[in-house]
Ligand binder design. Structure first.
Ligand code: NAD
Ligand code: AKB
Length: 339
């Protein structure tokens, strides 16, 4: 059976953790993992090779390209929205220049191998930017082409990198006399806030969702930094990972876009607390909004329209909110903190 070699950047992060778990269960996959931070031994054991390093290190990226023929690249490494707002210059470097380095690796590999290299890019609902709460309420489920006016450094970085992905896939060096075989096949997903039972987020603005649950499960008090009525879409991590794998496997001919919304449930912060309290009735959560972080959430849509993903590559979440909590989050989180 032919082996598929997959490069995962940002492999030590939350999505990387779930993706390595799932991919490593397939016998025909060889994972090369890259992250600034070392991963724990159990995760490292699931990879063919683990590299601790920086996506801004072009010599390192070139050496990876020289050592491996990649079939698929999952480029996950990034600074998330809150961190990016605090360090915008670093965010631009990592999120934009880092992505350029990976796209260069992908185009180089596609030309060397004479075939398309699939490039998976986790974009975000942060690419959207609603001017005020009235517009957010009126907009309802936002489509891929609407409200592309992000207010954050992170959202701006993500939107530009989506466009870079399209450029590398469809217009790269369009003035060249000859068009060599092999392109970057860029495929992006605009993820909502992801909630994992086994990892805790850092540096994002949707972090209040998972934080309500993880703090309640540990019996710790939590001051939630958004209003009780703040609403954005969320998703259980296994669905996020499955979405990346499903989009990677979709036949190119069925895909009419390069970037897709996906959705699962869209609760208010108050509704997250309500469902959390069914399992952890003593959850000590107060709502003490940080006006500025709340301001970012107010610019993100209350929900997104994922009909293109459903139609073109069969996207369907396994977990609605009830099932995400009862069958995934609560059992796994309870085991995690009872250890
Ligand atoms: P994470 O913060 O848990 O992981 C990101 C990883 O990238 C970290 O392990 C970090 O060490 C690594 N990294 C950062 N800078 C690096 C660099 N210069 N070189 C190498 N590695 C570097 O984030 P995550 O939740 O796993 O997110 C993965 C991707 O998915 C990101 O691109 C993020 O923007 C996107 N995304 C995540 C969510 C979410 O809710 N988790 C939602 C939308 C999009
Ligand atoms: C963040 O809050 O920055 C991320 C995201 C929704 O992109 N979780």
């Amino acid at each position: 059976m032919p082996v598929t070699t997959v490069l995962i950047t940002g492999a030590s992060g939350e999505i990387g953790h779930g993706l390595i778990d799932k991919l490593s269960a397939q016998s025909d996959v060889r994972i090369v993992a890259l992250d600034l931070h070392a991963m724990d031994e159990a995760m490292a054991a699931k990879c063919y090779r683990v590299v601790v390093g920086d996506i801004l290190d072009t010599a390192l990226i070139e050496s990876l390209s020289a050592a491996h023929d990649f079939d698929v690249i999952h480029h996950l490494a990034a600074l998330l929205s809150t961190k990016s707002e605090r360090q915008p210059t670093l965010a631009h470097k990592v999120n934009v220049e880092g992505t350029m380095n990976l796209l260069e690796l992908a185009i180089g590999q596609s030309r060397l191998q004479g075939r398309d290299i699939t490039f998976l890019y986790p974009s975000s609902i942060a690419v959207y930017g609603m001017p005020d709460l009235e517009a957010k309420a009126k907009a309802g489920k936002v489509q891929e082409t609407e409200w592309l006016t992000p207010h954050t450094m992170y959202g701006t970085n993500k939107l530009y990198c989506e466009l870079l992905g399209v450029y590398y896939s469809e217009h790269y060096r369009q003035l060249d006399a000859e068009v060599p075989k092999g392109r970057v096949d860029f495929r992006g997903i605009r993820f909502p806030g992801l909630v994992s039972a086994v990892t805790v987020p850092t540096g994002g603005t949707s972090d209040y969702g998972p934080e309500i649950l993880h703090m309640a499960a540990q019996g710790k008090p939590y001051a939630c930094f958004v209003r009780e009525d703040a609403r954005i879409p969320f998703m259980a991590m296994p669905d996020g990972v499955d979405a990346l794998l499903a989009l990677a496997a979709a036949p190119r001919a069925s895909l009419k876009r390069r970037v897709y919304n996906i959705a699962a449930f869209a609760p208010s912060a108050g509704e997250i607390l309500e469902i959390t309290r069914r399992s952890f009735p003593k959850a000590d959560v107060t709502f003490t909004p940080d006006v500025k972080r709340q301001g970012i959430i107010d610019t993100w849509p209350a929900d997104v329209d994922d009909s293109a993903a459903r139609r073109e590559w069969g996207w369907q979440p396994a977990f609605g909110m009830e099932r995400a909590f009862s069958e995934y989050l609560i059992p796994a989180i309870t085991r995690r903190y009872l250890k």
